[in-house]
Design a protein around this ligand. Structure first.
Ligand code: NAP
Length: 323
């Protein structure tokens, strides 16, 4: 089956690209993955997405994105892309048994936060365990929270959390931080932030909500349990680009390299959202980037795949015969 546009991914970037390309009459096919909707599907309250003054649940927001894309004719399929070939034109995208060709592609497969890998961490995700302070710090006003990690993200999360929480403790597995000096200085001079060195979280306690964490000293192996209201895991993110490695230029961390905001190194293939953005990682910035990719793609199609002029249009455009 041939399409003018295939969008791979169905988070805020993918659906926004779908809304814009559908409204441009490009009938996009969205291959959204079996777990469509992206990271917001595992988020509870979203309070920073503009337009929802009372907040909205992540899955509900994504359902609205999807409906809006479908309303204008986007075809969304909840299937995983299993292979791509960008060396041929039209491009080839395989999803299981299905094979598609496309004149242009938008990749919006997002990124995922890395987790420690504890069962208790998974069970309490969204109930005190989070990987996004910008999203969830507000719920920890006056609380006692722990942050895992020693990089810039961990410092940034700790500093942001300190505006709400009573105490923020950064737990780092070594005795020196990976974060930039300026971020280290900011975090270390913040009176609400303290550091636990050579330590790791080995368990998260709580039934319905986080009530404590178990901390292990990696030098002597000793463990202790401390009360906690929240645990923010800030040990990095991983872009979902395994499928594209070797097909597109990616940076050392696996993020797709773009020039001019959304253009990959292959003309006609665009990237939007967290898959190319290690910095902002917000639903609203991903949505904005999906819009940018759609507009860039429209321009590309106009230049490289112009609509064939229909005969009736030629006749209509022809000057009227003299009477
Ligand atoms: P990062 O630099 O890779 O740091 C990850 C941190 O998590 C490291 O301290 C690492 O410990 C720790 N870690 C990794 N796996 C762990 C595990 N399983 N258990 C416990 N700790 C673990 O990631 P990042 O902080 O997300 O930053 C990513 C990139 O974005 C960096 O280049 C950063 O500079 C940039 N960034 C910049 C800003 C800013 O400029 N405002 C903000 C955020 C991010 P080790 O140190 O022992 O390896």
């Amino acid at each position: 089956m041939h399409r003018k546009v295939i969008i791979i991914g169905s988070g805020p970037a993918g659906y926004t690209a779908a809304i814009y390309t559908a409204r441009a009459n490009l009938s996009p096919l969205v291959l959204g993955g079996t777990q469509s909707g992206g990271q917001l599907m595992i988020t509870t309250d979203v309070e920073n997405y503009p337009g929802f003054p009372d907040g909205i649940q992540g899955p509900e927001l994504m359902e609205k994105f999807r409906k809006q894309a479908e309303r204008f004719g986007a075809h969304v399929m909840d299937i995983d892309v299993t292979a791509v070939d960008f060396t041929v034109r039209p491009f080839v995208v395989r999803a299981g048994e299905n094979m598609y060709s496309a004149d242009s592609i938008i990749i919006a497969t997002g990124a995922n936060a890395k987790w420690i890998g504890l069962e208790s961490e998974l069970n309490l995700r969204g109930r005190g365990v989070s990987a996004c302070a910008t999203c969830d710090a507000f719920f920890f006003k006056g609380k006692n929270v722990y942050v895992v990690g020693g990089g810039d993200t961990a410092m940034e999360e700790a500093i942001f959390l300190s505006k709400f929480a009573k105490n923020v403790t950064v737990v780092h597995r070594r005795d020196s931080l990976r974060a930039s000096k300026i971020m280290q200085k900011k975090a270390m001079s913040n009176p609400k932030i303290s550091f636990l060195w050579n330590s790791e979280i080995t368990n998260v306690l709580g039934e319905d909500r986080v009530t404590g964490v178990e901390i292990r000293n990696v030098i002597d192996g000793s463990k202790r349990v401390v009360p906690a209201d929240g645990l923010f895991v800030a040990i990095g993110h991983e872009p979902n680009t395994i499928l594209f490695r070797g097909h597109l230029e990616t940076d050392a961390r696996g993020y797709i390299v773009v020039t001019d905001r959304t253009r990959t190194n292959i003309e006609g293939v665009f990237a939007a959202g967290d898959v190319k953005d290690a910095r902002y990682r917000q639903a609203v910035t991903a949505a904005g980037s999906g819009c940018e990719a759609a507009l860039d793609l429209e321009k590309y199609l106009e230049e490289h795949h112009p609509e064939p002029v229909v005969e009736s249009e030629i006749r209509n455009a022809a000057p009227a015969a003299p009477h």
